[in-house]
Design a protein around this ligand. Sequence first.
Ligand code: ADP
Ligand code: ASP
Ligand code: MG
Length: 409
Amino acid sequence: MALIVQKYGGTSVANADRIRNVARRVARYQALGHQVVVVVSAMSGETNRLLALAQEIMPEPDPRELDQMISTGEQVTIALTAMALMDLGLKAKSYTGAQVSITTDDAYTKARIMNIDEARIRADLDAGYVVVVAGFQGVDPDGNITTLGRGGSDTTGVALAAALKADECQIYTDVDGVYTTDPRIVPEARRLKSITFEEMLEMASQGSKVLQIRSVEFAGKYKVKLRVLSSFEEEGDGTLITFEEEDNMEQPIISGIAFNRDEAKITVLGVPDRPGIAYQILGPVADANIDVDMIIQNVSADGSTDFTFTVNKTELSKTMAILKDKVQKHIGAREITGDDKIAKVSVVGVGMRSHVGIASQMFRVLAEEGINIQMISTSEIKISVGIEEKYLELAVRVLHKAFQLDQAN
Ligand code: ADP
Ligand code: ASP
Ligand code: MG
């Protein structure tokens, strides 16, 4: 007997038929003697619908009230899923995040899970129940409802699997695994049988939304056996996230290509080139809990330079306001500009550690298509470039082909 956590995303619970389909799969697992915890997202489109509604009332909605509201999508699907299970004759019980004490910090809309009291779930499982838990939500130490950031139900699933020491966490979605790149953009993309944890972490942090980044971090920290599968297919092994690098000479150098349209670029022009400037610019941004991704600063010829960095698009106006308010005059910068028509493309692979020339190959392929690179950042296993958004799909396609990711190996 195994304990399995199954997480179903929005498209997998989009209507009554699909919820019944989820219930049938859960019933099959229980019939095999397994204990099953189910985590569900809101019905697809529901979180977006609620967000738009809030914005109609208040252009920059209050974060506490926003979480209070967008957490309701999952409250609907947990109850419907429990009903579908009961309808099949199973014992089932649904819980919100607060009811099973998924405690988070108080960072509304992007809270981090701090603790899960798994005793209640375990007692129900031992009494023969299927336990259905709302994804994406938690409760802060003062009892306020919080949410975990878009795609956060993945993190609920993996965190529950970690807390319960589950044998496996299965992420059911609308694709049958992790692909070399988003199959919606490149139809030739191939499913990977496995991907190393480090590569998955890079893919997720560079924009592959198939798994929320924090879910991968949790899987790494607690060594959760994590698999991505299709909820629309009966068979299939999906993609396993592995912790060992395969000792395989044939392993491709590049495993996948990720991309991200969610970033915006900010340039602070005419910055004096002296110690402490980066801190003076980015300190107030960090104090406002805004994540910064790529950063570039040029050397100066005349003592003055430009400082460029990227933030999430949703935080562009807030960041610009902070800079204009608190930084520009203080450091004597000439001007601050924002650009939200950028995109980031990244090639990812552990094979990069032992191979040179990947960056130059990437730059050559982009140059041949006339795509200008605005920013570059690298880690041991990835190279990212910032480009004009209109070239994104072209860039992903040509890189996918150039690195032969469309070919079976
Ligand atoms: P869910 O609602 O089930 O959480 P998501 O939309 O969050 O589903 O994630 C699944 C989607 O992720 C797929 O439909 C696919 O378009 C996209 N995706 C992006 N990159 C990849 C990738 N490398 N492999 C598979 N899917 C990817
Ligand atoms: N419903 C939330 C969202 O749309 C969480 C999730 O689906 O994982 O982002
Ligand atoms: Mg998702």
